[in-house]
Ligand binder design. Structure first.
Ligand SMILES: Nc1ncnc2c1ncn2[C@@H]1O[C@H](COP(=O)(O)OP(=O)(O)OP(=O)(O)O)[C@@H](O)[C@H]1O
Ligand SMILES: [Mg+2]
Length: 149
């Protein structure tokens, strides 16, 4: 499902070699942890999977496809297949919790009549239905991450 073939990543501005000769394979259904000291390259590895970065050596494959070959909206479609929770929650600060969730549905082309039910179901699942009118800055860190999830 995910494969790294001798991947290297050098950040161009500083010349930092964050990853060197990394090969790995994650199969469908596997549950994997990535551990390492601060600065080891974990976030860099995730950025390559999300295709926020391209490798400077080697290749990254997702579902058999070399991510370097994605063009235009294929990049956005690729990212939609990945659920990534960022440490900084990346919610839109000028929208309430329910508006943030409805915004995602709108971008995905979900008909407006379904938004209310789907937002409510999602918020209930993470125990936050009572926070739907809160703005992100009015949430605890853990609550904001649950909204992002
Ligand atoms: N945008 C960047 N430009 C230049 N160097 C970077 C950049 N981002 C990260 N680095 C460097 O690349 C290396 C790997 O960083 P990375 O963020 O992948 O580490 P990490 O394992 O996620 O660390 P942490 O556990 O602290 O989050 C570090 O030496 C870091 O200083
Ligand atoms: Mg990190």
């Amino acid at each position: 499902m995910i494969a790294f073939h001798r991947v290297g990543l050098e950040y161009p501005r500083t010349g930092t070699k964050a990853l060197y000769n990394v090969s790995l394979e994650v199969k469908k259904g596997e549950f994997v942890y990535v551990v390492g000291h601060s600065g080891a390259g974990k976030s860099t590895l995730l950025a390559l999977i999300l295709r926020r970065l391209l490798p400077t050596q080697g290749a990254v494959y997702f579902a058999g496809q070399n991510l370097r070959l994605l063009k235009g909206d294929q990049v956005a479609l690729h990212r939609r297949r990945i659920g990534m929770v960022f440490q900084d929650h990346r919610l839109l600060s000028d929208m309430t919790v329910e508006e943030n969730l409805a915004f995602v549905l709108r971008v995905q082309g979900v008909p407006q009549r379904e938004w209310g039910e789907r937002v409510f179901t999602a918020l209930r699942r993470v125990g936050l239905a009572h926070k739907k009118r809160a703005f992100p800055e009015e949430l605890s860190v853990g609550e904001a991450q649950r909204v992002a999830l």
